[in-house]
Design a protein around this ligand. Structure first.
Ligand code: GDP
Ligand code: MG
Length: 263
């Protein structure tokens, strides 16, 4: 069997990573595909995710805090390094399940995944080249032009750090009006529209900074479009699968491992 394809889900705290991983795993199952859900957050308190492989089996944030007398942030940093030491055990647990797709939920705060050397070591050891990263855009931030640009830059930073294919996903579209959604879609496709919105938002824009940032955004190219989804309403999950599959398989569809559930 080929190495499974692994998707890491990242984005700002509360962007909807854990909820999306669960919704997407359920959609995959109903479509007849097997996935392995992995929790990489040692401090996760979510009961909804139900991961098949859970890093908390090896490293628990509360224990790291107690043992080393650290606060939650210090403990997360220490825990990331401890997880890197356990990565071969984690990989073995994933490999034993032999599924085509591995979905990895990462710690709540994006910087823990994006800026720790340990994360790169973990990604290399778990999945090597058969990896991609889904960067989730929270509408609470993405709704304003400056928030949107900040998320694009953050996504580009993650891409720069990991050098892996990125899928940008807008979550929680159920909280947006149709007009807001259409506007975000235009911003994601047309830098000129976004530039215009940014300069409109701020009465005295720092023109030079905005112009330089836009040049960077255009040339690194994270404006490849934004997949819209709502985990609550179950929308955008099939489109996400198709985009992810294009990256992994060059477009070929997986063979369902069991009969899809009828709608
Ligand atoms: N309305 C709505 N809320 C959502 C959706 N997805 C997640 N949420 C809520 O957003 C909050 C953060 O979600 P969570 O998955 O824990 O985010 P994470 O920190 O990125 O893992 C929770 O209160 C979720 O219930 C969605 O599609 N629609
Ligand atoms: Mg989470």
């Amino acid at each position: 069997m080929d190495e499974p394809g692994t998707i890491y889900f990242t984005g700002t705290a509360g962007a909807g990573k854990t909820t999306f991983v669960r919704a997407f795993a359920d959609w995959m199952k109903s479509a007849g595909y097997e996935t392995t859900v992995v929790n990489l957050d040692p401090g996760s308190e979510s009961t909804a995710l139900d991961p098949a492989v859970d890093v908390r089996e090896w490293v628990q944030l509360a224990d790291v805090q107690d043992e080393y007398g650290l606060g939650p942030n210090g403990a997360q940093v220490a825990a990331a390094d401890m997880i890197a030491l356990k990565v071969f055990d984690i990989k073995q647990a994933i490999d034993e399940l032999k599924t085509d797709y591995v979905l990895v939920d990462t710690p709540g705060q994006v910087e823990l995944f994006a800026f720790r050397e340990a994360s790169k070591a973990i990604v290399d050891a778990l999945s090597g080249d058969r990896s991609q990263i889904a960067f989730l855009f929270d509408p609470a931030l993405a709704r304003s032009p400056s928030g949107f640009v900040s998320l694009l830059l953050l996504s580009a930073t993650v891409e720069f750090r990991f050098r892996l294919p990125m899928l940008n996903v807008l979550t929680k579209t159920d909280v947006l009006t149709a007009e807001q959604l259409a506007e975000l879609s235009r911003w994601s496709q047309d830098p000129a529209e976004l530039y215009e919105a940014v300069t409109r938002e701020s009465p005295t824009p720092d023109v030079q900074l905005a112009t330089e940032l836009f040049r960077a955004i255009e040339s690194v190219g994270p404006l490849g479009g934004l997949l819209a989804s709502s985990s609550k309403e179950g929308t955008g999950l099939e489109a996400f699968y198709q985009s992810a599959q294009r990256v992994f398989g060059g477009g070929e569809d997986l063979e369902p491992s069991h009969t899809p559930t009828p709608e």
